[in-house]
Design a binder for this molecule. Structure first.
Ligand code: PLP
Length: 395
């Protein structure tokens, strides 16, 4: 009577959500301040004041009808123009309004790209560790196959031998996510250049473009003053999926976009396919009020320095306790090796101390645990004793 796969999907929560729900119950028992919930990537730093200012300004100037009305399916023209200008100013690109399609965050941007591209038999490649929802969007949303490349656990860059071996005539696109959830690493310029030449060569070999889908909700969350390579400048057949969930701390408002660069092969048709995908998925248009907020606040971010401080505390604290971690350069996650081979068993043990961590298995990277450090800094300071007790169990 119902779609079997949808029932299964609806009944089985993701591991992260499962832990998050456990956390809510546990917080009710012991008090939220005594729970060290590092499970979910919900920004802890408030949205900048300019967001509130923008909401009030829009409501005052546009009035209660226009502020909430439908917009063009691809998003309001002036908003798209403003977001394109912001990208051009910051990344020296040359996008126009018609290169952008506004979405309900990165999740909808990715889903629309997968749907726009997928033809029967197509494969999309994810590089571990990867955001687990890719599987759901690719397989259940777009009806294609997700192929996973094992992680380069030494640096969390890309194992190019494995990637090269996995690309085949059915490969439609490679999904990249830098800064990365869950490792926090940023792909170096060298990685991006090598990836671009590999995909150019494979595209020639198989006589069709192999696209990059660049999932970048953490693009502005980078530390140590590093510059992030803007992918479309290295590889023309790139779709950029962006979101304001993290950079402006607006995850519940569901606002983001896709960039379809003019240089992309058959760009106009690709843009039409994205619009068609959005239509078929019933997206209608991205939230109207927050489209305009994004246009006003596009050059800003929440106070990223708080995440950097949290990163430093955790990276140094955990390393001193003997955890092996690659130093994250972005996002708000750190992904140390588990102190026992079975990361799920390790996370169960951590629960004894009310430390909620997520095993790396769902990210395609067993033997590691994800710690989300978008929490108050004081919580991390207090958690270090508990991490010490947990580590002591393994000595
Ligand atoms: N991609 C990655 C890597 C993420 O971590 C997330 C959310 O945590 C998303 C996409 C979806 O983000 P959004 O809230 O913009 O849909």
């Amino acid at each position: 009577m119902f779609s079997k796969s949808m029932v299964e999907l609806g009944q089985k929560r993701s591991t992260i959500r499962e832990i998050f729900e456990y956390g809510k119950k546990r917080a009710a028992e012991i008090g939220a301040e005594n729970l060290f919930d590092f499970s979910i990537g919900n920004p802890s730093v408030p949205a900048p004041d300019s967001v509130r200012g923008a909401v009030l300004h829009i409501l005052d100037t546009e009035g209660p009808v226009n502020s909430h009305s439908y917009t063009s399916a691809q998003g309001d023209y002036n908003v798209r123009a403003a977001l394109a200008d912001s990208l051009n100013r910051r990344f020296d690109t040359a996008f126009a309004a018609d290169n952008l399609y506004l979405t309900m965050g990165a999740a909808a941007a990715l889903s629309a790209c997968f749907k726009a591209l997928a033809e029967p038999g197509d494969e999309f490649i994810a590089i571990a560790p990867f955001f687990p929802e890719y599987r759901c969007f690719v397989e259940h949303g777009a009806g294609a196959k997700l192929v996973v490349i094992d992680a380069d656990t030494k640096h969390f860059q890309i194992d190019f031998d494995k990637l090269s071996a996995a690309v085949n005539p059915h490969t439609k696109a490679v999904i990249i996510n830098s800064p990365n959830n869950p490792s926090g690493t940023v792909y170096s310029e060298e990685t991006i250049k090598t990836l671009s030449s590999l995909l150019e060569e494979k595209s020639r070999q198989y006589n069709h473009p192999i696209f990059i889908i660049s999932d970048e909700p953490y693009r502005e969350l980078v530390y140590d003053g590093i510059q992030i390579p803007f992918i479309t400048k290295y590889y023309r057949n790139t779709f950029v999926c962006y979101s304001y969930s993290k950079s402006l701390s607006l995850p519940g408002e569901r606002i983001g976009y896709i960039v379809v660069p003019s240089e992309l092969e058959n760009a106009k048709t690709a843009y039409a396919a994205v619009c068609g995908a959005g239509r078929s998925l019933g997206y209608v248009n991205a939230p109207s009020l927050f489209q305009r907020v994004a246009a006003i606040c596009a050059d800003q971010t929440s106070d990223i320095s708080i995440y950097e401080r949290n990163r430093n505390l955790l990276y140094h604290g955990l390393s001193d306790l003997g955890f092996s971690c690659v130093k994250p350069q972005g996002a708000f996650y750190i992904f140390p090796r588990s102190l026992e081979p079975d990361a799920a068993a390790f996370c169960e043990r951590a629960k004894k101390y009310d430390l909620l961590l997520v095993p790396g298995d769902d990210f395609g990277c067993p033997g590691h645990v994800r710690i989300s450090y978008c929490v108050p800094t004081r919580r991390i300071e207090r958690a270090m004793d508990l991490f010490a007790k947990l580590a002591a169990e393994y000595q």
